[in-house]
Structure formats: C-alpha cells, structure tokens
Design a protein around this ligand. Structure first.
Ligand SMILES: NC(=O)c1ccc[n+]([C@@H]2O[C@H](COP(=O)([O-])OP(=O)(O)OC[C@H]3O[C@@H](n4cnc5c(N)ncnc54)[C@H](O)[C@@H]3O)[C@@H](O)[C@H]2O)c1
Length: 327
C-alpha cells in the first residue's frame, strides 16, 4: 500500500508513520509512505528520526494548500491519511485565519486532487470536538455537530466537506473522530506535555477555571490502531468515533501528573478559564468496536507513566521547541 500522509511530522501523524514503517499496524504490511508536511511550529522532522533511513519513506516539505504540489504528489498513492491541521484551541481563539486556511481550504485542496486522480481511500482525521460539549451520556456518530471554538468549527467544516465529497463525487472517504490524545512527541503546548515539562523545569502549572472540565484520554498508539482499522476495513462514507475509555476532570489529571513528578498542589496556579471552554467530551465507540473490533489497548496508568518518563528522558527534544514557541 502506498500511503500519502499529510501532517506526518506532527505528534499523531509521526506516530502513525513510524508504526506503519516499523510493521506495527495490523492489516498494513510492506507499505511505503510519503509525508507531506509544512513543518509549522508543531511539525518536526526529528519526530521521524527513528525511520529516517527507511527505504519506504519519502519526505516532502510543503503546504496542503499548494494545489500544484498536491496535484503532483497525489497520483501513485493508494490512500491518503489526512492529519495536517492547525490543532491548538487557544491559538484559534487568538487568531482563526490559519485554522480556516489549512483546515478547510487545505482539506478541500486534497479532496479535489483525490477526486481528480481517483485515489483509493481518503481517511480524514477529525476530532470529537466537532460535537461540542455533552453534560451526560456519550456521542454516537450521528450526533449533530455543534462546535464551539474556531478550531473545532474549522475541523467540523473539513469533516463535513470530506463527507460531502463522498456523496457528491463518490470519493472513498472515511472520517474518524477521536478524543484527546496523549503520548510521546506531543508538542509541549498541549496540557499533558506542558504540565510535565513545567514540573520537570521546577515551574508551576496553569489550571483553567475550576479544573472541572472532563476529557476522555486516548493513547496515541490506540488512536493509530483505530485509524489503521478504519483505513483498511472501514466502510466508505462512514464516520467512526475513536476513544480511550478514561474520562478525567482536568483537576484529576493534574493530580496524577503532580504525583508522577513527585510534587504537590502548591505547584498549581488556577488561571482564568478558556473562552467557551467545552465542559465535557465523551465519545461512544460502539460502532468501531462492533464493526472493526477496536478496543483501546494501552491502560491509562501505564500510558501516562511511560509518557511522563519519555519527557523526563527526552529534554533535548522538547527544550528547543519550548524556547522557540516562547513557552
Ligand atoms: N492531538 C489531539 O489530541 C487530537 C485530538 C483529536 C483530533 N486531532 C487531529 O489529529 C490531527 C493531528 O493532530 P496533532 O495533535 O498531531 O497535531 P500537530 O499540531 O502535532 O501536527 C500537525 C502537523 O500538520 C502540519 N501542518 C500544519 N499545517 C499544514 C499545512 N498547511 N500543510 C502541511 N502540513 C501542515 C504541521 O507541520 C504538523 O506537523 C489534526 O487533524 C487534529 O485536528 C488531534
């Protein structure tokens, strides 16, 4: 299988590429991968170092909005796995334009090229944030979309565009909507690596509002497992939720991170809440479990402990990124 992976130098995309090339993804063997990545602030070639010399890897630095480049790259691939996006909610509140450009126009550019060149499968990586916020119960895939941040609104737009191309142009589209990912190589602006690297550096951590916002945590390897199942066996035109099965308030998560780093609550600063901060996310994973046999495999305690250890042992990876991003 020849796969074009957009955003393959980012956190989740690079995990997917490393695991595909290292033969760790069920149903995908002898694959070659072309990574198309603009190397924005969150994209990092070093994330692909473990497979840099793999003969199946081609890296192209470029923008998914570049129609000519995309048109040149798409032919010759059996599938596109589309991770590339602006992905940080706080940045989208400060300025939404790059989110609309990359997430909406970039996705449309890729979809058009996939239609022109009759690409086999287009797997669009979406997010559970497109559903909005839910007080109780969990979202199934047919839940109405009600995004609240510019980030999630741009992801909802691209998610709907992908599904519209499936109906209008009969493009073989599958959309996945996952919960909050964690694991190694995550850019240190996101909550788990931000808190861990702050604590390692002797700084305090900023906890939004009352800390009562609830997130479902999904290990990045479980996410990539779900993506591989949806890519190889998902039904065309369908949406699959992917979750991790561990719901925690941000305060509970903070407590676990403080414990893991051996420090106390005096290291927590309560800060003003994020605007329109979604209270709770919760995905129902019945569909992907029943149809494709997906179950999260990484126990949260083990995944979190391994992740904290990875940041402790890989200061040389995150320190320059933090400095460059002014964190
Ligand atoms: N991280 C999460 O918890 C999470 C949860 C749900 C969904 N997602 C989705 O998963 C995908 C990957 O997220 P991530 O956490 O790995 O993000 P990330 O920010 O770590 O990686 C994004 C990658 O896309 C690249 N990129 C950005 N704009 C580009 C452009 N115009 N052209 C080409 N490349 C570009 C960046 O350089 C980077 O390598 C995104 O679509 C995101 O919306 C992430």
């Amino acid at each position: 299988m020849r796969i074009l992976v957009t955003g393959g130098a980012g956190f989740i995309g690079s995990h997917f590429v490393r695991s595909v090339l290292q033969g760790e993804r069920d149903g995908i063997s002898d694959a070659s991968v072309t990574v198309l990545d603009k190397l924005t602030y969150s994209g990092n070639r070093a994330n692909l170092d473990p497979v840099a010399s793999h003969p199946g890897l081609t890296f192209v630095e470029g923008d998914i909005c570049d129609e000519a480049l995309v048109d040149e790259l798409v032919p010759g691939h059996d599938a596109i796995v589309h991770f590339a996006a602006e992905s940080h909610v706080d940045r989208s509140i400060a300025g939404a334009k790059p989110f609309v450009v990359t997430n909406v126009l970039g996705t449309q550019t890729l979809l058009d090229a996939a239609v022109r060149h009759r690409t086999g499968r287009f797997l669009h990586v979406s997010t559970d944030e497109v559903y909005g916020s839910i007080e109780s119960g969990s979202w199934s895939e047919d839940w109405p979309l009600a995004p609240n941040s510019p980030y999630s609104a741009s992801k909802a737009s691209s998610d709907l565009l992908a599904l519209a191309y499936s109906r209008t142009h009969h493009l073989d589209v599958v959309v996945t909507r996952c919960s909050n990912n964690y694991g190694p190589y995550q850019f240190p602006e996101k909550v788990i690596p931000l808190f861990v690297t702050n604590l390692i550096d002797g700084r305090n951590v900023p906890l939004y509002g009352d800390g009562g916002n609830i997130r479902d945590w999904l290990h990045v390897d479980d996410h990539c497992h779900g993506i591989a199942l949806a890519l190889t066996r998902g039904r065309a035109g369908e949406v699959y939720n992917i979750g991790g099965g561990t719901e925690l308030t941000n305060k509970e998560l903070t407590g676990l991170l403080l414990d893991a780093c051996g420090v106390g609550w005096e290291r927590v600063d309560y800060v003003e809440d994020r605007k329109a901060h979604d209270r709770r996310y919760s995905v129902d994973i019945t569909k992907i479990s029943k149809e494709l046999g997906y179950q999260p495999r990484v126990p949260f305690e083990t995944g979190l402990a391994d992740t904290v250890r990875w940041y402790v042992e890989n200061r040389s990876w995150w320190e320059p990124l933090r400095e460059k991003a002014g964190l």
